[in-house]
Design a protein around this ligand. Structure first.
Ligand code: SAM
Length: 336
């Protein structure tokens, strides 16, 4: 079996694909409320192009794909897209990150199309606060989305909870209770410097997961465990007597670059080897400029572009609390 190894000996087996920069929410840490420029439709990768790229990535050694956005479930044709991905031989795992709003409608269809599992973003368990963080979102819909994902068997379900000081840090124990009562893997994620107005008060709003963990350890018995689908940056713990788990993701306070196994494909068709570096390979232009339907030529171009992206994957990022404006990145475009 082929393997993609980068210049620092890391095996790259995981591709995150952002299929749209559009979203039905405007989370305060992700997007600006007022000014947002969407990528013109013709500049967004077509589903056929994405499938072609994923096929070659799998031929080179990718085994896992996560579909994200923007909100992936706002893009028309998503179910058929997942069905096409499922046909790719040797693609072992297909997952999707969503805010859950459309899951009641889609969970079962996605499961039938071949989706393995979902990550659902949930930053508050209080209706008003949820609405404030997402700018207009519906907690009720997100919770129904979780129910439908459980019912459809899109397992294991990971819940992404971004920690924001003074906004949802008072709810940490409510989330722990959720993991006690339901078979959900709650992941507390450190705030990152991406778009949204929150960026102006980033240092005040940032909380390290270490701080949260220390508080929880005093109250709960946390047993470190391994989750079969989790070889990413999260560290998971079972809480005594609980059905689910809790996990911690430390993008800023402790880099996990040494074990980074991923590469991203942005919605406008660029391969991005590191979330925190603006260096990208324009695979869409390379394919479109070739102006050919010849499969052999297209496959060669795609493979060369993927190899190039892997060859420029940096050893690590230098981002820390002292980032500059230059470091901001647009999560909605790149895909979280
Ligand atoms: N719309 C989908 C959703 O809400 O899950 C998928 C896209 S969203 C960009 C993917 C993930 O990135 C979400 O879990 C979100 O919380 C996370 N995210 C976005 N901006 C972030 C930031 N500044 N810091 C930490 N996580 C962030």
């Amino acid at each position: 079996m082929n393997k993609l190894i980068d210049n620092f000996g890391r095996e790259i087996s995981y591709l995150r694909v952002s299929i749209t920069d559009r979203c039905n929410y405007r989370c305060i840490y992700c997007q600006s409320e007022k000014e947002f420029e969407f990528i013109p439709h013709q500049e967004i990768l077509r589903f056929e192009e994405i499938v072609e790229i994923v096929q070659e990535a799998v031929n080179l050694g990718i085994t896992k794909v996560r579909v994200t956005g923007g909100e992936p479930l706002v893009r028309e044709g998503i179910v058929d897209f997942i069905r096409q991905l499922r046909k790719i031989n040797k693609l072992e795992d297909i997952s999707l990150t969503t805010n859950g709003f459309f899951l009641p409608e889609y969970a079962e269809k996605l499961k039938n199309a071949g989706l393995n599992r979902v990550n659902i973003s949930l930053d508050s368990l209080q209706e008003e606060k949820y609405k404030k963080i997402t700018r207009g979102g519906s907690l009720e819909k997100a919770l129904k989305g979780i129910d439908s994902a459980l019912k459809a068997g899109l397992l294991p379900i990971k819940i992404n909870t971004v920690l924001i000081r003074g906004i949802n840090d008072d709810e940490v124990e409510d989330f722990v209770r959720l993991a006690l009562e339901r078979p959900l893997n709650i992941r507390f994620i450190e705030l990152m410097p991406s778009g949204g107005e929150l960026i102006n008060e980033f240092e005040d709003k940032f909380i390290s997961v270490q701080e949260i963990k220390e508080k929880l350890i005093k109250k709960y018995l946390l047993n470190p465990i391994k989750i079969s689908t989790a070889n990413g940056p999260a560290k998971y713990y079972q809480i005594k007597g609980g059905q689910g788990t809790i996990g911690f993701i430390t993008a800023l306070s402790q880099h996990f670059c040494k074990t980074c196994n991923r590469i991203r494909l942005t919605s406008e068709g660029k391969l991005r080897p590191c979330l925190f570096s603006n260096t990208e390979v324009d695979i869409k232009q390379a394919i479109r400029n070739a102006k050919t339907d010849n499969k052999i030529i297209r496959r060669k171009i795609i493979k060369n572009n993927i190899r190039e992206a892997i060859s420029i994957k940096p050893e690590g990022h230098k981002l820390n609390m002292k980032f500059s404006n230059r470091d901001f990145f647009k999560m909605s475009k790149i895909g979280g």
